[in-house]
Structures are given as C-alpha cells and as structure tokens.
Design a protein around this ligand. Sequence first.
Ligand SMILES: Cc1ncc(COP(=O)(O)O)c(C=O)c1O
Length: 385
Amino acid sequence: MKDKTFLMIPGPTPVPESVLLSMAKHPIGHRSTEFSEVLKRVYEDIKTMFQTKNDVMIFTASGTGAMESAIFNLVNPGDKVLSLIIGNFGERWAKIAEMKGAEVTKYEVAPGEAINPDEVKKLLDADVNKEYKIVTLTHNETATGVTNDVKTIVSLIKEHGAVSVVDGITSLAALPCKMDEWGIDVLISGSQKGFMIPPGLSFLAASEKAWKLHEQCKNPSFYFNWKQNRKSVLEASTAWTPAVNLFVALDTALQMMKEEGIENIWNRHKRLGTAIRAGVKAIGLKLLVKDEKYASNAITAVLPPEGISVPDIRKTLKKDYDIVVANGQKTLKDKIFRIGTMGYVSERDAIAAMGALEASLYKLGYKFELGAGVAAVIKSLAENK
Ligand SMILES: Cc1ncc(COP(=O)(O)O)c(C=O)c1O
C-alpha cells in the first residue's frame, strides 16, 4: 500500500511527521540570524544526547565522516592504534586509521560476541611502553546487535593513558552513553539513527585530553578540521555551507527528545529491545548475540529458522506488511536479519512488527505456535514498565 512503509532497519529510522514538516520549507540563509538561532539551540541541546559539557561539532556528512574526522585529527603516520572489533563498523575504524598511515593492532572477536574487558586489560598491560596513542571501539555494533561495555573498557583505556575513540552512531539518543561520566575522549554519532532525522549529519565531541593529542597532529583534515569546526560552534555558525534543512529537522527532533527526557528515551529502547527478543525467542528463533547481557536494545539480529531464507522473510515482510528489516552485512549476509527498534519507535510498532514477522513465517511454512511471539512481546512490555 502506498506510503505505508515502516522502516525497522537499523538506520535510516522513521522520521516523525512534525520533523518532516519542519524540513519541508525553503532553506534559510546559513549566515542569517534566523539560522544562527537554530544553531545556538542545536549546539546546546545536543550536549544532553552526548551527556557532555564538551562542544559538539556537527558535520554535513554521514556517520563515517565523523569517524574520519576523529582519526584524521588525532593520528600521525606511524602512530600505534589499537582497534577493538566486534563487527563491520568496528573494522571501519581500523581501515580509516590504516589509511592515515597508523600502525593498527586489531583485536577482533566472533560475530555475536562483545569485547571482554579482561582481554582489553591484558592487551593494554602488555603495552608497557605506552605506545598505543588511541584505542578505537564501537559502542553498539549495528552489524551484529551487540552492545559493548563501554564504561568498563574506557576506564581501562584511561588507566593506560591512551585516548579512547568511541563510535556511538547507534547508541546515542537510544542507549545510555555518558561521555563525561564514563570518561570517553572522542565520541561520534550520526543523524539517521536515534536522532530521528534523515541521513546527512554527523556529530563529534572531544575531551580536553583528545584536544591535546590533536595539537600534535601534523596534517589534520580540512573539511572535518576540529579547530575550524569548534570555532564555528562557539560562534553559533558552521564552517561550510551546511545541510540547512537537516539542522532545522535536528532542532525539532531535539525539542521532542527534550520533552520525552533522556532517561525515558533510554527506558523506551530497553523495553522495546527486551520485548522483541522475548518475542523472537518465543517462536523458537535464535539471537546472534552470544550472551544476552550484551544484547543491543536498538538492534536485534536474528537467525532464520532452518529451511527459510532471510531474503524470503524480508521480501514477505515488505511486500505483504510494509515492514522493512535489514539483511546481515558481508559474511553475515543471508545468515541473519536485523530488526531495528531505534529512534521513533513505539510499543505499537514492536507489537505490529512481531505480528507481521509471525504472519510472514507462517506463510513461508515455518511450524510454530502462532501468536506466541506477539503474546511474549505484549507480556514483556507490560512487565517492564
Ligand atoms: C555503528 C555504526 N558505525 C558507523 C556507521 C556508518 O555510518 P554512515 O553509514 O552514516 O556513514 C554506521 C551506519 O550504519 C553504524 O551503524
């Protein structure tokens, strides 16, 4: 049915109608007082989502732009970087660092696993000469539906003395991520996830320690330059011509998030993630995450039942029920499907998605107790107020 499509992929996520309407206007001049007022609000309000007092730079670029900004403003060729990898997006940090000429040590675990902080401690203790300048990691690995224990890992990195660089692209505005309290040095995110606006903006905040390391960076990037972009934050301006309408959308979305409250946003994601996992398990499907303690409340990665293919599940969900879920990426392609519960997602959406999943599997010939998934979702939502 036309215009009925509901995205339950892990980004882009659904955009509230009020946000869409706020964008559907002529762009305003990016050097105007009117736009400067928007920027003042946005630069201030976005700090809550980062749980930081640091300035948050905003780039007209997808999330990878902020990743590149982090590495290119910190790393000199030959610097030693430790990359903690639990999936495709953790691997991207290592690739960018290698491109900047860093000597990258990768610590990688199997898909579905989280980083064990004890292993991080061993790796950092072994670096007796404190050669690692930075350690990269992903808070919420979108590729596998696993959330790392960033708080503990970052405290270990702090003890070692390296700068922690954290991808919060699918954790910010969805899962608790407390930059200042946890001592994260560089934290990045992107617009098309928990922030409930279309793709096109990315965000970066850096601690004083990270700024000191930046001072030693001989050839930082131009477009993503930290000094240039922070100067703009302080002047309620932008370094270059920004995606004006996306900033307006962000302003509207941040006001919505302020009304809901950050704790309530985190709680909503927790309830929805927990409910979807309960539903999936109730119909006999397996989660990719090995230990549910590390299960993401923003993305659930599910193994298909034997004999039923991921493309068939996705096709039926889309064609018959207008719900879009994601395939696995790279080596996980056709091995898992991923259900996003990130951003503008409500209880109704979780119940509907589970109902549509059951209906699709039923049509595809999977034998299970029809209704068990929806019942588990409803019960879980009721029990976890
Ligand atoms: C955890 C994570 N990191 C990085 C990225 C890359 O962001 P983008 O595709 O916006 O460049 C994504 C995108 O899905 C992501 O989920």
